[in-house]
Design a protein around this ligand. Structure first.
Ligand code: GAL
Length: 359
């Protein structure tokens, strides 16, 4: 049994009293132990970071940003810029001014955790269109030549008869985008738009056009302020248009025209953006109506071991648009075939470019 005044260690004896200064110190061996413990803790934390299960993307779930607020980026577009992913989309929030149309911006390193950068567009009817005016499907193109960020969006009246694009420009990716002008790209009616940036950096606007009943791909001018060159007219009337370049083939995808209601999305392929395009095929069993979603974009994420192509779609909720959710899923793609798997939680390894469904 130990007593207060014997020399064997006790719980309080890690401290030594210096008789000269009267100060109390940690005994050297206890000092080492404390250091070891701290090092072990740091190691455990590092291992946790290294071996942490990758974050999960959950189709249809409420998706919160870094502020804990539901992400408002519907009909959106995601771009990779200087190693960071940026997501722009329609803000359909409940408490917004009914006169304005809003675009929200988020950034992420892993496509799961998104940092809110605010409203990059809060625009009042720019062309005296009328109270029901529409600004939808915003897409941002960073222009390396001019240093500007150029946003395209579908601009329309309440009856969707205007059929134009709006162009807005910002000096910063997450700065305010200022309205420049509106026009019909290549002098054609344009409703839903999509964006495509090829592996060589060239930028294209994809748009649904009537009355030609087409899915049109147009190349942007050098300053991105215009749609200059007609690449392809795909004679299939599809909206929610998206294009991706994967292993030497271009894949074009879109939905039929049924407003907010889902329908079976289709895709076609071509060795070149100017065609010839294959016939259109279903991306999923047609009876699932694209699992209740509508395409917005195809995003290719490339890492050390390959690429994942992500179907980014919207689950629209027309009676509560603010609560529309997202269907993001890795596609089964290659050799001219493409399949959207049934919604399931999944993960992506941003370093290798590989994705997997969770168990
Ligand atoms: C959809 C379109 C949406 C929105 C909606 C309005 O066809 O993809 O972006 O315009 O119609 O009804």
């Amino acid at each position: 049994m130990s007593h207060g005044n014997d020399s064997s260690p006790s719980q309080n004896e890690g401290l030594i009293c210096d008789s000269d200064s009267g100060r109390t110190h940690l005994r050297p061996d206890w000092h080492h132990n404390a250091l070891r413990l701290a090092l072990a803790l740091v190691l455990i934390l590092q291992m946790k970071v290294l071996f942490a299960a990758p974050a999960v993307i959950r189709p249809g779930a409420v998706w919160l940003d870094d502020k804990g607020v539901e992400i408002q980026a519907h009909g959106g577009g995601v771009i990779l810029w200087h190693g960071t992913y940026w997501w722009f989309g329609e803000n359909r929030g409940k408490s917004l001014s009914p006169d304005k149309r809003y675009v929200t911006c988020y950034s992420s390193q892993d496509l799961v955790h998104w940092k809110y950068h605010g409203q990059v567009v809060a625009l009042t009817d720019p062309d005296h269109i009328g109270p029901q005016w529409v600004l939808e499907r915003p897409k941002v193109f960073p222009n390396g030549r001019t240093g500007k960020f150029v946003m395209y969006a579908h601009l329309d009246d309440g009856d969707y008869r205007l059929a134009k694009v709006a162009v807005l420009v910002s000096d910063r990716i997450d700065g305010q985008y200022h309205y420049v002008r509106s026009f019909r790209p290549l002098n054609k009616e344009s409703r839903d738009i999509g964006q495509f940036i090829d592996d060589d950096g060239s930028a294209y606007l994809v748009f649904e056009s009537r009355p030609t009943e087409s899915f049109i791909i147009g190349k942007l001018s050098d300053d991105y302020l215009n749609v200059e060159t007609l690449m392809s007219i795909l004679h299939c009337q599809l909206e929610g248009d998206a294009v991706v370049h994967y292993k030497g083939l271009y894949y074009a995808m879109g939905s039929h025209l049924s407003g907010w209601d889902p329908n079976p999305d289709l895709y076609a392929t071509s060795p070149s953006l100017s065609g010839p395009w294959s016939e259109f095929k279903d991306v999923a069993p047609p009876e699932t109506k694209t699992y209740g979603s509508q395409s917005a974009m195809l995003l290719k994420v490339t890492g050390s071991k390959g690429s994942t192509v992500i179907f980014m779609g919207d689950f629209w909720n027309p009676s509560a648009l603010w609560d529309s959710r997202y269907l993001w899923m890795p596609l089964e793609i290659g050799d001219g075939k493409l399949r959207l798997p049934a919604p399931h939680d999944w993960t992506i390894d941003m370093a290798t470019g590989e994705s997997a469904l969770t168990k």
